[in-house]
Design a protein. Structure first.
Length: 322
C-alpha cells in the first residue's frame, strides 16, 4: 500500500528510532531526567532572582493598569472608582467592535499569509538553486530593515496619486488607485505590508524545522510510490507541526499588538478603516485622555491573546507523538 514504508519511517523518526535500526529507540525523546533533591534546590535558588525581577517589572505595571481600568481618571489623576463601567462602555462601543473586526482580519491575513509565503520559500531554499545563500539574505531584508524605513518606502511608492505605483496604473489606463486614501484599498495595503515584513520570520522558523526532518523518510516514501503532494501533506506538515503552532502563536501576538505597522502607514485611517484595537487604545489614552477605557481595551486584548495562545499550545502538545 502506498506510503506504508514512509509512514513507518515517519513513526520511527518521531519515536527517536535510528533509521535502519533494530526498532529500539536510539534515545527516548520525551524522557524526563530525574533530578536529585539537592539539584532541584540549586535550580530553585538560581531561578528565584530572575523570577522576582520579572514579577517586579511586569507585576507593578499590570496592577496599576488594573487600577486605571476601574477608575475614570486621566494620565495625571486616577479619578473615582467606577468598577467595570469602563469595560461595559467599551463593549457597547461601535468603534471597539469595528476595530476588533479589523484586528481579527489583520491577524488572520498576517499569520496565515506570512506562514504560507514563508513555507513556500523555505521549501524552495531546500532545493539546489543558484546563489541560494545570497537569495536567503535578500529574503531576510524585509524583517531586518527598521519598520520606519519600510513604511516610509511604501508611503513613497503608494501614498499619493503621483507616487510611483499609482502613476504606473494611470499610464496603463487603469485609473489612479488611492491605496492609502480609499478605505478598502488602505485595509488591503496594510495587510499586504504586514505579510511582507513578517514572512522572513516564518521562513526562518520553517527552515529550522525542515532542517531537522530525516531525509530517509522521503527516500522511503519515494520508493513506496508516494507523490510530492503525499510526501508534503503526510510527512512534512506533521513533522513540522510543533514549530508551525509555535510560529502561529508568536505571529498572532505580533499582529494583535502591532502598532507601528498601522500607525506609520495609515495612522488608522482613512475614516478608521485601518484602526486596530491597539491603535484605538492609543488614541483613547493619549489623544482623548480617557485612561480607563483605553486600558480596558488593552486588558480585553490581553485576555483574547491568552485564550488563543492556550488553544494553540494545546495543539502543540497534541502534535507530539509518544
Amino acid at each position: 500500500m502506498a506510503l506504508t514504508t514512509a509512514q513507518t519511517g515517519l513513526s520511527r523518526a518521531r519515536r527517536g528510532v535510528a533509521p535502519g535500526g533494530s526498532g529500539k529507540p536510539a534515545k527516548p525523546a520525551n524522557r524526563k531526567s530525574k533530578l536529585s533533591s539537592q539539584t532541584r534546590k540549586t535550580f530553585f535558588w538560581l531561578l528565584l532572582p530572575s523570577v522576582v525581577l520579572l514579577v517586579l517589572i511586569h507585576g507593578y505595571p499590570l496592577a496599576y493598569a488594573g487600577v486605571q481600568a476601574t477608575h475614570n481618571g486621566s494620565l495625571i489623576d486616577t479619578g473615582e472608582f467606577v468598577g467595570l463601567e469602563n469595560f461595559a462602555n467599551v463593549l457597547a462601543s461601535d468603534a471597539f467592535w469595528k476595530a476588533a473586526r479589523f484586528t481579527l482580519l489583520f491577524t488572520i491575513v498576517g499569520v496565515f499569509g506570512s506562514w504560507l509565503m514563508g513555507l513556500g520559500l523555505a521549501l524552495l531554499l531546500r532545493t539546489k538553486i543558484p546563489a541560494g545563500g545570497v537569495f536567503k539574505v535578500l529574503l531576510l531584508l524585509p524583517w531586518v530593515v527598521p519598520i520606519v524605513v519600510s513604511s516610509t518606502a511604501w508611503n513613497w511608492l503608494l501614498g499619493t496619486p503621483d507616487s510611483l505605483i499609482p502613476s504606473m496604473f494611470r499610464n496603463l489606463g487603469l485609473g489612479t488607485p488611492l491605496f492609502l486614501a480609499d478605505p478598502t484599498l488602505a485595509a488591503i495595503t496594510v495587510m499586504v505590508f504586514k505579510v511582507w515584513i513578517s514572512f522572513p520570520f516564518m521562513m526562518m522558523m520553517t527552515s529550522a524545522a525542515l532542517a531537522s526532518v530525516d531525509t530517509t523518510v522521503y527516500e522511503a516514501a519515494s520508493m513506496d510510490g508516494a507523490s510530492r503532494w503525499q510526501q508534503f501533506s503526510q510527512i512534512t506538515l506533521p513533522l513540522i507541526a510543533r514549530s508551525t503552532y509555535i510560529s502561529w502563536i508568536l505571529m498572532t501576538i505580533f499582529c494583535v499588538n502591532d502598532f507601528p505597522t498601522i500607525y506609520l502607514l495609515t495612522g488608522g485611517g482613512p475614516v478608521d478603516a485601518t484602526t486596530s484595537l491597539v491603535v484605538l487604545a492609543y488614541r483613547t489614552v493619549f489623544q482623548d485622555f480617557q485612561t480607563g477605557p483605553g486600558v480596558a481595551i488593552a486588558f480585553l486584548m490581553t485576555i483574547t491573546l491568552v485564550v488563543v495562545s492556550v488553544i494553540l499550545y494545546r495543539q502543540i502538545r497534541k502534535s507530539s507523538v509518544e
